[in-house]
Design a protein around this ligand. Structure first.
Ligand code: HEM
Length: 437
C-alpha cells in the first residue's frame, strides 16, 4: 500500500505533496477502524443526550408564549417540539442544565481523541476529486465543524467569554441542528464499519491487549491505518483510558457546581461554582447590580411596583415595598438554576405569591404575566411567564431571602422566583408586572 493508493481505489491518485497529505506521515499503529469506532460509539451515546437536553433548555424559556422570550424567532418548524415548561418537579431545570453542561465538558476529551483518531482523513489529496467526494467532504466539514463549534461556543458561554458574532442562543441552537443532522448521517453511513471493526477485533478482546502486543490493523481495512506504522508506545486500551481519565478529571472539577453541598468546593473549573459565604445573601449571582446598570436611587424609597392588567378599562395598581410586606407572606425553598449549569442550591425565599398579585391587579387566573425589570437592555430585562408559572403556589415576588432583605445583587427591592424555571427568568429589580387576560 503506497501514499497514492486507497484500499479500494479504482485508479491511482496524483502524488500528494510531502507532509500530512501523505498517508505515511501518520505513523501511529493504533489508528484504525477499531479505535475510531469505539470513540464514535461513546459520542453516539453522549451527543444525543446533549442535543435533547439542549432542546429542553430552549423549551424552558417558553418561547412559544411570547416573542419576548424567543431567542430564535426565525426558527420555523425547528421549534416543533416546544411545549409549556412545567413548574414541577422543581429540580427539573437544574438536572437538565447540570446534565447538559457537565456532559458537554466530559465529552471534550472523547471528541478530541476521536478527531485525533481520524486526523489523516482531514488531510486528503487531492482535496476534491469528484462531485461525490465533494459532497462527502462537505458532510465531514459540517460534522467536524458543527461539533467543534457547539463544544467551543458552549464552553465559552459557561466561562462568560461572550465574543460571539451575534446571540449565543441563536448560534448554539442552529449549530446544534447542523451538528446533529451531520452526526446522524455519519453514524448511519459508518455503522457497518463499526460492526465490522468490533467483530474483527472484538471489543473486550482488544481491551485486554497490552502495549507490547498491540498490532496495527491491516492497511486495507481503512485509510486511517498507517502504511508505515511505528512501534507501539501505547495500547488502544491505554489511549481510551487516557481520554477517559481526562473526562473524569473534567467531571470531578465541574459537577459540584450543579450538585451543590460539599461537592461545590470541588468545582474549580466553574466561575460560579465555589463555596457560599456565611451571610444570608452570600450565594451565586450572574449579573451584579453594578453590571446591570440599575442605580441605587431607583431601588430606594421612591421604588414602586406597578401591576397592570392587560385589556381595556384596566387601571394600574401601584405598591410600595412596605405595602408588599404587609400582604400575606409565603416561603418557598427553591434554587436559582443557571443555563450555564450552576445552581445556588435551595434558598429560603419569602414574599408575595404571584397569583395574589394577579388577583390584586384584577386578573384572576392570568394566561401569562410580563415581568419587567429596572434593568434596561440585556436579553432578559423583560420576560413572560406562563399561566402555570403564575399560578404555582411556589412562584413568588420575593422580598427576602434566608431571613434577610434581598441584597442589591440579588434583586432588592423585589425579584421573581419560580420553581423549575431558568435562572434568567427569575427577574431581579422588578419594576412592573402585566397580567394577561
Ligand atoms: C462528534 C462526532 C463525530 C465526529 C466529529 C466524527 C468525525 C469523523 C471523521 C472526520 C472521520 C473520517 C472520515 C470518514 O471516514 O468518513 C470519521 C470516521 C469514522 N467515524 Fe466518525 N465522527 C463522529 C462520530 C462518530 C460516531 C457516532 C460513529 C459511530 C457510530 C463514528 C464512526 C466512525 C467510523 C466507523 C469511521 C470510519 C473509520 C475508518 O475509516 O475506518 N463516528 N469520523
Amino acid at each position: 500500500m503506497t501514499d497514492t493508493q486507497e484500499p479500494r481505489a479504482r485508479r491511482p491518485l496524483p502524488a500528494p505533496p510531502p507532509g500530512p497529505f501523505r498517508r505515511s506521515f501518520w505513523r501511529s499503529p493504533i489508528r484504525g477502524p477499531w479505535l475510531t469506532s469505539v470513540l464514535g460509539l461513546v459520542l453516539l451515546g453522549g451527543v444525543p443526550v446533549l442535543f435533547v437536553t439542549g432542546l429542553l433548555s430552549y423549551a424552558a424559556y417558553d418561547p412559544g408564549l411570547s416573542p419576548v422570550n424567543d431567542t430564535t424567532p426565525g426558527k420555523g418548524w425547528l421549534g416543533f417540539f416546544l411545549f409549556s415548561w412545567p413548574t414541577r418537579p422543581e429540580w427539573l431545570y437544574r438536572v437538565n442544565q447540570g446534565l447538559h453542561v457537565t456532559l458537554g465538558l466530559v465529552l471534550v476529551p472523547i471528541l478530541a481523541a476521536k478527531l485525533w483518531s481520524v486526523l489523516p482523513r482531514l488531510f486528503e489529496w487531492p482535496p476534491l476529486r469528484s462531485p461525490a467526494h465533494a459532497l462527502e467532504r462537505l458532510s465531514l466539514f459540517l460534522l467536524v465543524g458543527g461539533g467543534v463549534f457547539e463544544f467551543a461556543t458552549g464552553i465559552m458561554n459557561i466561562q462568560q467569554w461572550y465574543v460571539f458574532p451575534g446571540s449565543f442562543y441563536t448560534l448554539h441552537f442552529y449549530g446544534a441542528w447542523v451538528f446533529i443532522a451531520a452526526l446522524a448521517a455519519h453514524a448511519a453511513v459508518k455503522f457497518p464499519a463499526v460492526i465490522r471493526a468490533l467483530r474483527d477485533r472484538g471489543l473486550l478482546r482488544e481491551l485486554r491487549v497490552s502495549t507490547a502486543r498491540t498490532r496495527p490493523e491491516p492497511p486495507e481495512a481503512s485509510l486511517l491505518v498507517s502504511p508505515a506504522p511505528a512501534a507501539p508506545t501505547i495500547s488502544r486500551r491505554g489511549a481510551l483510558a487516557f481520554a477517559g481519565a481526562g473526562s473524569l478529571v473534567l467531571l470531578a472539577l465541574s459537577v459540584g457546581q450543579s450538585v451543590g453541598g460539599p461537592l461545590r468546593r470541588t468545582a474549580l473549573l466553574a466561575p460560579h461554582g465555589q463555596a457560599d459565604g456565611a451571610g444570608p445573601g452570600d450565594f451565586q449571582v450572574n449579573v451584579t447590580m453594578a453590571q446591570s446598570g440599575v442605580r441605587a436611587a431607583q431601588t430606594g424609597a421612591s421604588w414602586r411596583l406597578t401591576l397592570n392588567r392587560a385589556g381595556p378599562a384596566a387601571s394600574p395598581v401601584t405598591l410600595t415595598r412596605a405595602q408588599l410586606l404587609a400582604m400575606p407572606q409565603h416561603t418557598a425553598r427553591l434554587a436559582i438554576n443557571c443555563v450555564e449549569g450552576w445552581s445556588t442550591g435551595d434558598q429560603e425565599w419569602t414574599g408575595v405569591r404571584l397569583r395574589d398579585l394577579a388577583k390584586l391587579a384584577g386578573a384572576g387566573q392570568p394566561a401569562s404575566v410580563l415581568v419587567e425589570s429596572l434593568q434596561r437592555g440585556g436579553a432578559f430585562g423583560r420576560v413572560v411567564l406562563s399561566a402555570g408559572q403564575a399560578a404555582d403556589p411556589g412562584s413568588l415576588l420575593a422580598l427576602r431571602v434566608n431571613g434577610a432583605d434581598l441584597s442589591p445583587d440579588h434583586g432588592y427591592p423585589a425579584r421573581v422566583i419560580v420553581p423549575a424555571s431558568p435562572g434568567v427568568h427569575n427577574t431581579k429589580w422588578v419594576a412592573a408586572m402585566t397580567f394577561g387576560s
